[in-house]
Design a protein around this ligand. Structure first.
Ligand code: SAM
Length: 209
């Protein structure tokens, strides 16, 4: 399909969906689409991150909880997942889902745009999927996040890059080289670079002590 036809089909899907779904469901669809597991490989992401029972994870920009709830399963009852977002509709959706599913190890947090508002020194893994490009002044933000990390804590960034058509149409991406430069400025070093996601970079950073 040509690029213009793809863009037209994409716009049509958006228009139809926007007219027929609730706001939270529509937002989730925008982030998750129809076949996300195929390219997002959540099980592989979780395995590569080595998440285990008792871990404390912050899913910043949790959205509809695509990663939040699998993380909660992985960390178990002794672990904790902080689902951070700034969007009222998604926070209400997450709160409702946590209540309905009795997810006692998930804490929904209304973050500030410049601070995820997490407990100091208690987070083993800060995780962002497709959210990095939303953060303003990223070096300052991630420098602040260092105070939230427990000893040995890491920051994992899964971010659309510019190799596929969607990021180019939507503008929602950050090149991996730019992420590395900004995280270096924020005081981190690259610990892992996983080349397993065809549409996204998957980088793991640790504080550069
Ligand atoms: C593209 S969605 C990704 C959602 C989810 N991580 C996923 O992969 O399905 C980006 C999310 O980041 C949230 N967001 C934007 N700026 C934020 C900020 N400064 N702090 C926390 N969340 C933010 C948005 O409200 C939205 O839910």
């Amino acid at each position: 399909m040509s690029r213009s036809r793809r863009a037209a089909a994409f716009a049509l899907v958006i228009a139809v969906a926007a007219l027929t779904t609730s706001c939270a469901a529509w937002k989730r669809f925008q982030y998750e689409g129809f076949d996300r597991d195929v390219w997002q490989k959540p099980d592989e992401v979780i395995a590569l991150l080595g998440i285990g029972a008792g871990d404390r994870i912050a899913d910043i920009g949790a959205g509809g909880g695509y990663f939040t709830f699998p993380f909660a399963d992985a960390v178990g009852p002794t672990g904790r997942v902080y689902a951070v977002d700034v969007d009222d509709i998604l926070i209400a959706y997450l709160d409702e889902r946590v209540r309905e599913e009795r997810r006692e190890n998930v804490v929904v947090v209304r973050g500030a745009y410049d601070d995820p508002i997490l407990p100091d020194g208690e987070i083993d893994l800060v995780f962002l999927a497709n959210t990095y490009h939303h953060i303003e002044d990223r070096p300052a933000y991630f420098r602040r996040v260092q105070t939230d990390l427990a000893p040995g804590g890491r920051v994992a960034l899964v971010e659309l890059d510019d190799r596929s058509w969607f990021p180019r149409v939507s503008g929602h991406f950050t090149a991996a080289e730019q992420i590395q430069a900004e995280m270096t400025e924020a005081g981190y070093r690259l610990a892992e670079n996983h080349d397993v996601l065809e549409r996204q970079s998957f980088l793991v950073f640790e504080p550069d002590e």
